[in-house]
Design a protein around this ligand. Structure first.
Ligand SMILES: [Zn+2]
Length: 549
């Protein structure tokens, strides 16, 4: 039997219910069941004593510090990027010796991998979250340094293709994400389920979204109010009485929308349900908006509040919530994918989504209602275009679905939505694309993990006089550090830019940089390469708890 391909991922721990965690679990499970691959995971937010990592059938490198270890915890907390794996990445891969490292997260979570001195030892495959266009110029350098880019969506493929052209190696198959059709499935007695939950017959429009800037809570509430007003105006009193908006979200939330104000402003407090979840007994039920924490009707403790990232509801409860909906709306300025759309569809809930970014193709593939964009705007933080949908068009879509369409038509749509979803968005389909991607890269050009580095740091540390900053940086990287691939990384391009213009902007404002700082920064790189060389050879025998769980 030929040698197994060794695959490494840095990701949210695969036992976590986050989007990244679930994606990782689905791919890693299948990879490790295959004879072709050996898998390891740098598991973010898991520590070495976490019971859940013991049940994993592949190698786990926990990334979180042991809470009882003060020194580790202090080191971990010293930089926000450590939570994404930066502080343990090199040690973990020097220990595992992968042929391929892959990542599926956001740019700032994996960009540190670009400047690992182990880059020549593995193929680097990334699925960047392309949620809008154009992508930041700084990111394009990093994309060009990836051995292979796997496009998340058709939309992402097109953005990357048109912006990067032949400077990147873009895989020609779309990965997508999948949904487990058994976990998210229609229940037989939907009307009964709704009636038991709300105590009467209802007509529910639902949305499942984090309470964050990107999600259009104000516009959704405003549009739903308009829809309700139209029901009254056109004499649809019965439908008005049973119509509700259901928001499964979090509150309060740092940097989130002030939902209380928005509800009042739109005079809609009585027409919106939220999921409330008991932190004690895990009971969940829809309730109208309430400030803060309430009493749990199940266990009696004061611990009912909206779920959030640290206290999510179970998949089972989430499925039960989707099944309360008649219609699902994804209302955001952009999405990298937008999992709730396919989860809703898997439950047979027809969807409406904004015609921008990944939402465009998902709503098309699921034969849902595309909500046209009113206008694009350029967002300062991302320098990308984001979309404001046409709220009046959404009102029209709600009207078409609930008023114009017959019961029969809604039922047919529901069935068709489920069928399209379970055919297109399966984890087996996703897995097949990844396997094809892993098989497509040439591993024969990787440096050998066990042999001496053919390009050690030069013994001659002398630099010529009178070089301009950019020339000095080039000289040191090529002739002393001897890692020419670094020249095209975002790190070095930013360094050159900074020293050429002579100023830099940081959290403390604008500061002037001078030539001696160049040497200091490059000395740090030289030092890192020395440490990396040392670590590469000794990591396999290190006696660290987290390396050997
Ligand atoms: Zn309870």
């Amino acid at each position: 039997m030929s040698k197994k391909i060794r695959i490494f991922i840095a990701n949210d721990a695969s036992h976590l219910g986050t989007g990244y965690g679930v994606y990782g679990k689905e791919i890693l499970t299948r990879l490790s069941n295959s004879d072709e691959f050996e898998v390891a995971e740098l598991a973010c937010y898991a520590h070495e004593k976490d019971e859940r990592i013991k049940n994993t059938q592949w190698k786990i490198y926990p990334n979180a510090p042991l809470p009882s270890n003060e020194q580790e915890t202090k080191a971990y907390n010293s930089a926000p990027i450590h939570q994404f794996g930066q502080w343990r990445f090199n040690t973990a891969i020097a220990h595992f010796k992968p042929d391929i490292v892959f990542d599926i997260r956001d740019y700032w979570m994996y960009s540190y991998q670009e400047v690992s001195f182990y880059q020549p030892y593995f193929k680097w495959i990334v699925m960047p979250t392309v949620d809008s266009a154009p992508q930041k110029l700084e990111w394009l350098d990093t994309f060009a340094n990836m051995d292979l880019i796997v496009p998340y969506t058709e939309w992402a493929y097109n953005v990357l293709k048109s912006q990067c052209g032949s400077s990147i190696n873009l895989f020609d198959q779309i990965a997508n994400a999948g949904v487990n059709p058994k976990e998210f499935a229609p229940i037989n007695n939907k009307k009964e389920h709704q009636k038991n939950t709300f105590g009467k017959e209802v007509s529910i429009t639902g949305a499942i979204m984090r309470n964050q800037k990107r999600k259009l809570f104000p516009d959704l509430l405003q549009s739903y109010r308009k829809y309700l007003d139209r029901l009254i105006k056109e004499g649809k009193k019965d439908l008005y009485e049973k119509s509700y908006l259901y928001l499964h979200t979090s509150y309060p939330e740092a940097n989130g929308w002030e939902l209380a104000d928005l509800l009042l402003e739109n005079n809609i407090v009585d027409k919106v349900y939220f999921t409330y979840h008991c932190n004690n007994c895990k009971h969940a039920e829809p309730q109208k908006f309430a400030h803060g924490v309430g009493r749990c009707p199940n266990c009696g403790k004061i611990s009912m509040m909206m779920p959030n990232a640290s206290h999510p509801v179970s998949t089972e409860i989430l499925n039960s919530i989707y099944n309360l909906f008649d219609f699902y709306v994804q209302y955001a300025i952009c999405e990298g994918f937008g999992m709730p759309q396919v989860e809703a569809a898997s439950c047979g809930i027809p969807i409406a989504s904004v015609e921008y970014s990944a939402m465009t193709e998902i709503v098309k593939n699921l034969d849902g209602y595309a909500i046209p964009v009113k206008r694009l705007f350029r967002e300062m933080e991302t320098t990308a275009n984001r979309a404001y949908p046409d709220n009046d068009a959404l009102v029209g879509i709600l009207w078409d679905f609930f008023v114009v369409a017959s019961e029969e038509e809604r039922k047919n749509r529901s069935q068709k939505t489920r069928e399209l979803c379970t055919e297109k968005y399966t984890w087996d389909n996703v897995y097949n694309v990844w396997v094809n991607a892993f098989r497509s890269v040439d591993l024969s050009t990787n440096l050998s993990w066990d042999k001496p580095n053919p390009n050690p740091i030069s013994d001659n540390l002398q630099v010529p006089n009178n070089l301009q900053p950019a020339e000095l940086i080039d000289y040191i990287i090529i002739n002393i550090l001897r890692e020419p691939y670094l020249l095209n990384t975002a790190l070095i391009r930013n360094m050159k830019k900074k020293f050429s213009i002579g100023v830099t902007v940081g959290p403390k404002g604008v500061s002037v940089v001078k030539a001696p700082d160049i040497i200091k920064e490059l000395e740090m790189l030289i030092n890192n390469k020395k440490l990396s060389e040392d670590l590469r050879l000794k990591a396999p025998t290190l006696e660290l708890g987290w390396l050997n769980v």
